[in-house]
Design a protein around this ligand. Structure first.
Ligand SMILES: [Fe+2]
Length: 200
């Protein structure tokens, strides 16, 4: 099976990023992938995100298309009441409309290979040992006046650690669901999952 994967197109950051999309689609066609995965960070706004998904949809690619969101995709900026959980739901619907299988929603099996996926999240456990910051300081996402933008725009209903754990449990459930039906499992995440033991 031939699998292609890319992430972080960030089509809303520069015009060059957006201009790459048709070239990428041509490259995917030429490569004749069986499965093509977009692993998050297409765009922060739903309009640009759906435009990009739709560009792949309109290209009539013969491969199966899979998607997991990234942290920029779930930034909740459209209205004051939108949450990151709601954006995940909306993105899944957009995926269905554009011929992408949203891996956050359910695993996918093709030819004995199981694809499981989640955005994942961070619990600070991958911080370098040399840094003397507490978890509370990491949670502030602010240093010397600089702000990590997930602080401003990621609007989850719980703490980073709880969200990371939630998505890891989701991933473990997906893996448990498919493991007896497949010979191999491929996991797609945007963030590296936490360091909790995974019973594989
Ligand atoms: Fe990202």
């Amino acid at each position: 099976m031939k699998i292609g994967l890319i992430s972080d197109l960030h089509t809303d950051v520069t015009l060059f990023n957006k201009a790459l999309v048709p070239h990428l689609i041509e490259a995917v066609k030429t490569a004749e992938f069986d499965v093509f995965v977009l692993a998050g960070d297409l765009a922060r706004h739903l309009v640009q995100l759906s435009e990009t998904l739709n560009a792949f949809h309109l290209a009539d690619l013969t491969c199966q298309k899979l998607f997991v969101p990234g942290n920029h995709d779930i930034w909740a900026t459209e209205t004051t009441d939108v949450t990151s959980e709601l954006k995940c739901e909306i993105i899944s619907k957009l995926c269905h409309e554009c011929g992408f299988h949203p891996l956050m929603e359910a695993p996918f099996i093709k030819e004995g290979i199981g694809f499981c996926g989640t955005i994942g999240w961070y619990d600070y456990s991958f911080a370098p040992d040399g840094y003397d910051f507490s978890d509370a300081e990491y949670a502030e996402k602010t240093l010397m006046g600089a702000v990590w933008n997930d602080k401003r725009y990621a609007k989850w209903s719980d703490t980073d650690c709880a969200i990371a754990r939630r998505f890891q449990v989701d991933l473990e459930t997906q893996i448990a669901t498919v493991r007896n039906d497949v010979s191999r499992i491929i996991v797609v995440t945007h963030h590296v999952p936490g360091v909790y033991p995974i019973p594989w």
